[in-house]
Design a protein around this ligand. Sequence first.
Ligand code: FPP
Length: 185
Amino acid sequence: MTSPAHVAIIMDGNGRWAKARGLPRLAGHRAGVEALRNTVRAAPGLGISFLTVYAFSSENWSRPKSEVSDLMGLLKIFIRRDLAELHQNGVRVRIIGDRAGLQPDIRSLLEEAETLTVRNDALTLVIAFNYGGRDEIVRTARKLASAVARGELDSEEITAESFAGSLDTQGIPDPELVIRTSGEL
Ligand code: FPP
């Protein structure tokens, strides 16, 4: 049996995992990051070329402030601590989502991770952060509309292919397997 080339993981159930153990939600999110580390290490050996993790959706801003800041903190720690190992193992990091809504220090960390690893090809780790599928489509439509307004693009030139080529997910094949870590189907 051949492995799916692109596996996507929705990192949910962290809160329930912690609650079942009498732990704070943050402990669940930390355990989620540890599980992500193990998954990234195992993926290339399983024949997986693209691994997407949905870590923070556009809707997650409605969570309590302290939890949002915990999640931002975990992302920063992950990039700071793991970037060297990811790079050493040939992992390319790509970020999808609206960066404009993120703090400048997080934005520059994300850019650093992408720039450092741009030539790696053992695995592409796609981190969906402040990501929403509709939001991605809206941002792309705006970008193309501005290009048309500036006279740089003819609206007739917008096709399914050119639109896909302007998305955050440009060049990334569609996921073949989506896993929800909470076990929900
Ligand atoms: C949703 O499930 C989980 C999240 C909103 C957070 C997942 C993100 C991280 C663990 C950290 C940052 C990411 C990276 C890439 C280092 P939930 O915890 O709300 O679970 P529940 O449905 O059981 O309440």
